[in-house]
Design a protein around this ligand. Structure first.
Ligand code: MG
Length: 159
């Protein structure tokens, strides 16, 4: 049985933070604020994977009240989300995401992101699609207040 899940996440920029997207650290004047490394792309993908199996969200499985996830590498959160999906007898088919950011430019980092995300999820890089768009300077993201990501995941549950 084919199942799909959707994920969405947004984090605001803050001074003095590293910018980590899809497991890749990007040189930028500001990073994203969060309890973990605030990797908004990994978070949206994790939510999509959990959503495909109706397993709740990452806030439920990896609460920001838990010191274990303080400054955590979100690729670990993503990998553990993938394991939760597999533990329910599903294999992960592919994921797709759109990063919404006015800056920085995402394109130069896409190949490395796909490689690291694929390794964390346990699928091939050609099953990981990452796209990026600006918001044409509209709204909070257009004003560079933060970055948002939407994602979908497709899994195949053996019956
Ligand atoms: Mg998040």
């Amino acid at each position: 049985m084919i199942r799909t899940g959707i994920g969405f996440d947004a984090h605001r920029f803050a001074e003095g933070r590293r910018l980590v997207l899809g497991g890749v650290e990007i040189q930028h004047p500001r990073g994203l604020l969060g309890h973990s490394d605030a990797d908004v792309l990994s978070h949206a993908l994790a939510d999509a994977l959990l959503g495909a199996m109706a397993l709740g969200d990452i806030g439920h499985h990896f609460p920001d009240t838990d010191a274990r996830w303080k400054d955590a590498d979100s690729l670990v959160i993503l990998a553990q989300s993938a394991e939760l999906v597999r533990a329910r007898g599903a294999c992960i088919h592919n994921v797709d995401a759109t990063v919404m950011a006015e800056r920085p430019r995402i394109a130069p980092h896409l190949a490395l992101m796909r490689e690291r995300l694929a390794r964390a999820i346990g699928i091939e890089p050609d099953a990981v699609s990452i796209k990026a768009t600006t918001l044409e300077k509209m709204g909070s993201i257009g004003r560079e207040e933060g970055i948002a990501v939407m994602a979908v995941a497709t899994v195949n549950q053996e019956s």
